[in-house]
Design a binder for this molecule. Structure first.
Ligand code: GRF
Length: 185
């Protein structure tokens, strides 16, 4: 049985889909949901699934507190699902090819510094893109540059707004992320 930890900073709708997916799994269990925000809604979602939670500050993460917790809990894989802090190098090194992130666009487009949340969808809209999508990738020391393991796209029209783009992207994420994780394990 693989032990997975989800790191998330916000609402956690992806985290919820992942917890649902692995609820009765014989392959993996969600052993921990960890957040840098004490009031993140993802923590409520975790409680609903009886998944233990852990919160930490950026300073604590940088001082190794999160890594220590993940090791204590014997975590095999780390899933980033809307986690907004830059991961310290010691953490990526501790989980070589065992840390996965979802990005709400078709990398290498719309990746890198400042490209998160609604900023991504606003940039896609401003560029008049005919499609957008999701990228699931392994995390290495250069955040958005780890090996891409999965992409899916969705068409856009000129009527789409950043909000409707976000909705389309979330639908793709919810559909694919849990299965892609299972495939990686
Ligand atoms: C997702 O769009 C994900 O791609 C990005 O952050 C968002 C998190 O959404 N990295 P949620 O908290 O899972 O609803």
């Amino acid at each position: 049985m693989k032990r997975l930890a989800i790191l998330a900073s916000g609402s956690g709708s992806n985290a919820e889909k992942i917890m649902e997916h692995f609820q009765n799994s014989e392959i993996a269990e969600i052993a921990l949901v960890a957040s840098n925000k004490a009031d993140a809604f993802v923590l409520e979602r975790a409680k609903k699934f009886d998944v233990p939670t852990f919160t930490f500050s950026r300073k604590e993460m940088d001082a190794g507190v999160l890594l220590q917790k993940l090791q204590q809990e014997n975590i095999d894989w780390v899933i980033l699902a809307g986690f907004l802090l830059k991961i310290p190098v010691e953490l990526t090194r501790a989980f070589p090819d065992r840390m996965v992130n979802i990005h709400p666009a078709l990398l290498p487009k719309y990746g890198g510094k400042g490209m998160y949340g609604s900023f991504v969808h606003e940039a896609v809209k401003a560029a008049g893109e005919a499609e957008t999508g999701i990228t699931i990738h392994l995390v290495n020391e250069n955040y958005d540059e780890g090996r891409i393991v999965f992409q899916a796209s969705t068409p856009l029209t000129s009527d789409d707004t950043p909000d409707s783009i976000a909705e389309k992207v979330h639908a793709l994420e919810h559909k694919h992320f849990p299965e892609v994780i299972e495939g990686l394990l």
